[in-house]
Design a protein around this ligand. Structure first.
Ligand SMILES: *Cc1c(COP(=O)(O)O)cnc(C)c1O
Length: 450
């Protein structure tokens, strides 16, 4: 076997094995872990009749070969990918597919990464006998996926930070409904504040010594890598049937899902073009239009899981494509504002009886524009969440209630609570120190939510 692949931070050269990169989440210097080089894969390696879990195990093996987790990889994939990511033809639209990523326990694509990460961490030995705190900043969907993946797992507690009032009522309910080893903190700020607070805590050596912490954000390789699997699986199926690569339009915020697609393409999977659909947060569209990269404050939109003004994975994107001119040729990003999202949801419901979540609608809107401009190529629109998770936006546009997936219904039937917090690094630090192992679980100061 060849040398095991090693991983370094986007900001420095020292390397670590993949289990260490996954256990750490964020690199100690604040950068994001990347492999020394992206492996290439022979398409003949994939079992043509394999499940999504089989495709994942084959695809990810080059990343894990030689590592402590390598032997466990097929079991990890089987444990994580217990639901499908079907590529469905949209009957009303010629040459249009929808890659449905919302069939997991929390009805958004974040389940794939969260469950894979949980399956890895469960298997990694820890020298520390104290519980591990998984810190997660969420714009709405990550938190629930991570909570579901680690709920009641011994030795782990999950602390979720979300922007108060900026997630849908059902998302808030999902985030607060777990209890046990999961705490939800509703932060008086935006997603970027939550993300900054988590990064500051993880990089605080003194705090780490008192409260062992890891992250579960899309910055973690343990979430990014498995997300390549559904692109590989869908593209391989398409390629076998049609002999052509499949192109994707991906709703994008923090660039985690899209980065996974681009890495899969770099590995040699039959993926054609990749287009990024953003909401009214224009950091990426402006960059790809030729302006210098400029992160900014996020603005709140109805596609709230994409309310990101400083996409973390941009650093990985720049590492993957160091030549800026090449990168700008390779990708396009377009902004879709709330009015256009609403129009798209309403029109597709009216004309075709379809229902999309607001994030998925940004991608659908870009496709509609391509079709209007005469593009007849096959495209797959990536459906990142089930519309019923965003009923407060979608149902008024549809004019009727949506069916609720059973897993979501079960969570909504439980009670939910979250604690308020100011958008301040010190507030999180103090909370973590006050709610250490001995005092955990908490709940005394929780505020009940409807
Ligand atoms: C997280 C999320 C996105 C954005 O994904 P990124 O990986 O942050 O780009 C889009 N849609 C939904 C429903 C999400 O939950």
């Amino acid at each position: 076997m060849s040398e095991p692949l090693r991983y370094h931070s986007t900001r420095s050269a020292g390397t670590v094995p993949i289990s260490q990169a996954i256990a750490a989440g964020l690199a100690p210097d604040g950068g994001l872990y990347v492999p020394e080089s992206l492996p290439r894969i022979d398409l003949a390696a994939f079992d043509p009749h394999g499940t999504l879990a089989d495709t994942a195990a084959t695809l990810l093996m080059p990343f894990f070969a030689g590592d402590a987790l390598a032997d466990e990889l097929p079991a990890i994939c089987a444990e994580a990918f217990t639901f499908d990511a079907p590529l469905r033809t949209l009957p009303a639209h010629p040459n249009t597919q929808m890659l449905e990523l919302f069939h997991g326990p929390t009805s958004a694509f974040k389940d794939f990464g969260a469950r894979f990460l949980a399956a890895c961490l469960r298997r990694l030995p820890r020298s520390d006998t104290r519980p591990l705190t998984i810190l997660v900043a969420t714009s709405g969907d990550t938190g629930a996926a991570v909570a579901a993946a680690f709920h009641r797992q011994p030795g782990i507690r999950v602390v979720i930070l979300y922007p108060d009032g900026l997630v849908s009522p059902r998302q808030a309910h999902q985030l607060g409904c777990f209890g046990d080893n999961v705490s939800a903190l509703r932060v008086a700020g935006r997603f970027d504040d939550c993300q900054r607070m988590v990064k500051a805590a993880l990089n605080d050596a003194e705090l780490q010594a008192a409260v062992p912490m890891s992250s579960a954000n899309s910055i973690s390789l343990g979430r990014l890598l498995p997300q390549m699997s559904y692109y590989a699986h869908a593209a391989l199926g398409w390629w076998r049937e049609h002999g052509a690569p499949l192109s994707f339009i991906i709703p994008t915020g923090n660039l985690g899902n899209a980065m996974a697609c681009l890495w899969a393409r770099e590995m040699g999977l039959p993926i054609g073009e990749v287009r990024l659909a953003c909401n009214a947060n224009t950091t990426l569209p402006d960059y790809f239009a030729g302006k210098p990269y400029q992160s900014r404050e996020a603005i709140a939109t109805i596609a709230n899981a994409m309310d990101v003004g400083a996409p973390s994975n941009f650093e990985r994107l720049r590492w993957t494509y160091p030549d800026e001119t090449q990168l700008r040729h390779l990708l396009q990003a377009r902004s879709v504002d709330d009015a256009a999202i609403r129009q798209t949801v309403a029109r597709h419901a009216r004309e075709h009886g379809e229902a999309f979540c607001p994030h998925t609608a940004t991608a659908m809107h870009l496709l509609d524009r391509l079709r209007t401009d005469g593009d007849a190529e096959p495209w797959a629109v990536v459906a990142t969440a089930h519309p019923a998770k965003f009923e407060s936006v979608v149902e008024p546009l549809l004019g009727h209630p949506l069916d609720i997936p059973p897993a979501l219904a079960a969570m909504l039937a439980r009670s939910a609570s979250a604690e308020p917090m100011t958008a301040d690094n010190t507030a999180l630090r103090e909370w973590l120190l006050a709610h250490d192992e001995a005092k955990f679980p908490v709940g005394a100061t929780s505020v009940a939510m409807p």
